[in-house]
Design a protein around this ligand. Structure first.
Ligand code: ZN
Ligand code: ZN
Length: 451
């Protein structure tokens, strides 16, 4: 761990290079190349452009069993550009920013991969170590296509982490999700002079959304449905010939998501019929819920406790207090909580977000952790998250993750029965006859979804 400490500045710089050049999903050319180069220089062999995704890669060291993988994300989010200051100030108005901290995610996983590799070399440890460069987590589902391509089939244990506002290594689930664009086609016409000749594609969108909103009363409790209208016509005096809405449906169980999604498609078909328009839809992304793995998570948690949380310098504390003032009173917790480790918990029903780690976790035993890279109480996807992620606070959190992941990989290499037990737990949870079918259906990676 001392070695990792001595390279904290190096990895901090690596993260900051990615933070300063935020690249959106599937367009992360420079971020991916930077992580690949760092791994290659350290002695990993690299396969780039895997799963038909130019920015996806697999870095490998060693051979034979066990095979332990660690995932590295690096995509940014649109519209949340922000300087590393405790008040709202974008670097580029409307530009992208690392509001989910994936610059830290990528850098810490690479740091941990290299530290583990060095330890394997020094101690003559048998087995295979892989770092998976997984693009487009934010809605592009990079891991789904990497999983579908069979790149993870021989992995015995997979680790990941995520920037967060607290230090937590529980075995937690998440929501399965299908996101879809529904496109309606009508006929344009003058809205006042010849409305009878027009067919409004926007009517199709509105009729569909009305039905989806009625559906809310008749779906299982934990369902989440949300949408935006991405195209609704250009001018009120032109009957819209094209309109589009973008829907998410989420639930803790992927099978339920599929059922509700089919009802949503029926609503869209009905809306097209009733408005005399035509409709087609495109699934943009589909991810499973996270499958908790108590066996692996308990090892991760023990190591997180060993490493400990984050303590602020006076300057960092001032930054934290300034960030806290940007939220309404009572939302934020104390900055002291950054030093605490959440008690171990198993949470089978995940509420909150969705992640493409979900698909991986149904295929191979998977565990992750969160560390306090953001001020306690901060929500992901906010300018406050971009800001903290660009400071020494983010970098400290990142090193807690890198060390915890390294200790956990060392534990599994030292005692491969951990992976065997984790595999048995996965089989028990998902059932012996489970067959993986991606919720994205047959679609290829949406490489242009952020263009
Ligand atoms: Zn995110
Ligand atoms: Zn994220």
């Amino acid at each position: 761990m001392k070695k990792l400490d001595s390279k904290a500045d190096f990895y901090g710089d690596l993260a900051m290079k990615i933070w300063s050049n935020p690249e959106l999903g599937y367009l992360e050319t420079e971020s991916s190349a930077l992580l690949q180069k760092t791994l290659k220089d350290a002695g990993f062999s690299i396969k780039a452009g895997v799963a038909d995704i130019p920015t996806a890669f697999v870095a490998e060291y060693g051979s034979g069993k066990p095979v332990i993988g660690i995932m590295a994300e690096f995509d940014a989010l649109p519209g949340v550009s922000q300087k590393a200051v405790p008040f709202r100030e974008p670097v580029v108005e409307g530009g992208a920013g690392h509001a989910c901290g994936h610059h830290l995610f990528g850098a810490a996983s690479v740091a941990s991969g290299i530290a583990t590799m060095e330890w394997m070399k020094e101690n003559n440890i048998k087995g295979t170590l892989r770092v998976y460069g997984t693009p487009a987590e934010e809605g592009g589902g990079g891991k789904v296509y990497m999983a579908k391509a069979g790149l993870m089939d021989d992995v015995d244990a997979m680790l990941h982490w995520h920037p967060s506002a607290s230090n937590d290594a529980g075995a937690t689930s998440s929501l399965a999700n299908i996101s879809t664009k529904f496109r309606f086609y009508g006929v344009a016409s003058h809205a006042a002079a010849a409305p009878e000749r027009g067919k409004s594609a926007l009517d199709g969108v509105e009729a569909m959304n009305f039905m989806v909103n009625l559906m809310r009363e008749h779906v299982p409790m934990e369902t989440r449905m949300h949408y935006v209208i991405t195209r609704g016509g250009e001018a009120p005096n032109v009957v819209p010939a094209f309109a589009e809405s973008y829907h998410y449906v989420r639930h803790p169980d992927g099978r339920k998501v599929k059922e509700i999604f089919e009802r949503m498609v029926a609503a869209a078909e009905g809306a097209a019929k009733g408005t005399n328009t035509t409709m087609e839809y495109e699934i943009i992304n589909g991810v499973y819920n996270l499958m908790p793995n108590e066996t692996l998570a308990s090892v991760m948690h023990k190591n997180l406790e060993k490493i400990g949380g984050i303590t602020y310098t006076a300057e960092e504390r001032k930054f934290a207090e300034d960030i806290i003032k940007t939220y309404p009173a009572g939302v934020m917790v104390s900055p002291d909580d950054a030093s605490k480790i959440a008690p171990f918990e198993v949470n089978e029903i995940g509420l909150g977000g969705s992640t493409d780690v979900g698909d991986v976790s149904w295929l191979v035993p998977t565990a992750g952790l969160g560390t306090a890279t953001w001020i306690p109480g901060t929500s992901a996807h906010t300018w406050q998250a971009v800001a903290a992620g660009g400071t020494s606070i983010g970098q400290k959190g990142m090193m807690v993750a890198a060390k915890t992941l390294t200790l956990t990989m060392m534990d599994i290499f030292n005692d491969p029965t951990i992976a065997t037990k984790a595999k048995a737990e996965l089989t028990r949870r998902r059932g012996v006859d489970f067959k993986y079918e991606a919720l994205t259906g047959e679609r290829k990676p949406p490489l242009d979804y952020r263009k």
